[in-house]
Design a protein around this ligand. Structure first.
Ligand code: FEO
Length: 418
């Protein structure tokens, strides 16, 4: 059997889903699975665009064979050489011995590194090159570091299809669906698309911005990513999300309160702050325990919200380990441009608040640490209520300042255009 769907008259989805993998890249939980997308263009020549992870190779072989319907495979185009997409290269090359590989110079190098025998059967392409396969011409766009250095995006000039590699992808298996307009994407997919992008490609925002500039110059009717659903409607919506993530601009005015608590006292302070924020009208908040929330969720929400509250108990004279992991991940992924409020707790040698502030100052960029903070000695006392109120006011002021800066930047931009 087969699990194939048409995208255009000549283009077929031949990928598949993995619902058995617990950890993507052996690190990110994917409770709703993931898809490995591959596409087959049936023109005068046949072109298979990327392959899949080894876990679905058997289904993949059936799909490709079904669409080829007795024809030979002429070309195998590889946009991205990470093994979740390239594992089946060797299989396809041996099943279709006449197929010629098309890839960037770096991708060919990586193929050799991964042990594929590609000698005498590849064509190297670079930015601006095109290849014609009959009715369709494919144009190659270099997109280094989205998400590896060898990455190409490929544009079908006839049907205006952008094969976007890892960009515009998402976690969540496709489950028979193909197009983003077949689901309630905003409700059911946005959080997982954000978690996918921010944790996997988030570090390389400046490279993604460059790729987005190139994509912005194309007339795009379809976006075909390597994971998740294909876009053919409302593409501007998706581009806008990517612009926010790639430029580290918050999507929403709101607060992520991330707390590290051993016996509930720091948690109670975080809860108290959440309550007061809501009383003050700031209801777009997320309250997360760093011990029970996967750090990839914390990272995604850090990209989403304008403000962050870090509340940590002291542990071994340092920041609580799970909170330290979160901070390290934020720094590794280049998170920047957020207002941050700090709450520290300790019984006999409180250190967490001071060390978190130092980390934000020395290891991260453009983090606006607000002066209003809260130091707790063991448990939150009524005498500290004014400090909690001050944090709320500090966050309100910071949000106002951001709104004003944004409006100013917008008016300067429109003034420049006139
Ligand atoms: Fe889905 Fe960077 O590979």
């Amino acid at each position: 059997m087969y699990t194939v769907r048409n995208i255009t008259e000549d283009l077929y989805y031949v990928g598949g889903d993995d619902r058995r993998l617990a950890l993507f890249e052996n690190i990110f939980p994917i409770p709703q699975g993931v898809s490995y997308n591959s596409y087959l263009l049936m023109d005068e020549k046949t072109v298979l665009i990327d392959t899949v992870d080894w876990s679905i190779a058997r289904e993949y072989m059936s799909n490709v064979e079904y669409v080829l319907d007795g024809r030979d495979l002429d070309y195998l185009l590889i946009n991205h050489m990470e093994p979740d997409h390239c594992a089946a290269i060797g299989l396809m090359l041996s099943k279709y011995p006449n197929a010629t590989l098309i890839a960037s110079e770096k991708a060919i190098l990586f193929m050799r590194q991964f042990g594929f025998d590609v000698d005498d059967r590849y064509i190297e392409v670079k930015e601006g090159d095109t290849m014609n396969f009959g009715k369709h011409t494919l144009a190659f766009v270099e997109a280094p570091m989205v998400h590896w250095p060898e990455v190409l995006m490929t544009y079908d000039t006839k049907d205006k299809v952008l094969f976007s590699a890892d960009a515009f992808g998402s976690f969540i298996a496709n489950n028979g669906r193909l197009f983003a307009d077949e689901v309630n994407w905003d409700r059911d997919y946005l959080d997982e698309a954000r978690r996918y992008y921010t944790n996997i490609v988030g570090k390389y925002g400046t490279f993604v911005q460059k790729a987005l500039e190139k994509a912005g110059g194309l007339d795009i009717a379809y976006i075909c990513p390597l994971h998740g659903l294909v876009w053919r409607e409302d593409i501007g919506y998706l581009l806008d999300k990517y612009i926010h993530w790639a430029t580290y601009e918050p999507e929403e005015e709101g607060v992520l309160i991330a707390y590290a608590s051993m016996y509930g006292n720091t948690e109670y302070a975080a809860q108290t702050l959440a309550n007061k924020l809501c009383q003050a009208g700031i209801t777009n908040i997320s309250l997360r325990d760093v011990s029970s929330t996967d750090v990839s969720v914390l990272i995604a929400e850090t990209f989403k919200y304008s403000n962050l509250v870090l509340a940590s108990v002291t542990y071994n004279l340092n920041i609580y380990p799970k909170m330290k992991d979160f901070l390290n991940d934020m720094a590794a992924l280049n998170v920047q441009n957020r207002g941050v409020s700090i709450i520290g707790n300790g019984t006999w040698a409180p250190q967490a608040a001071e060390k978190m502030e130092k980390f934000l100052d020395e290891e991260m960029r453009l983090m606006d640490v607000l002066p209003e903070g809260l130091d707790i000695v063991s448990s939150l006392k009524p005498s500290k209520e004014a400090d909690v109120d001050a944090i709320v006011e500090g966050i309100k002021d910071n949000m106002k300042k951001r709104r004003e800066e944004k409006a100013k930047a917008k008016s300067q931009k429109s003034g420049t255009k006139k």
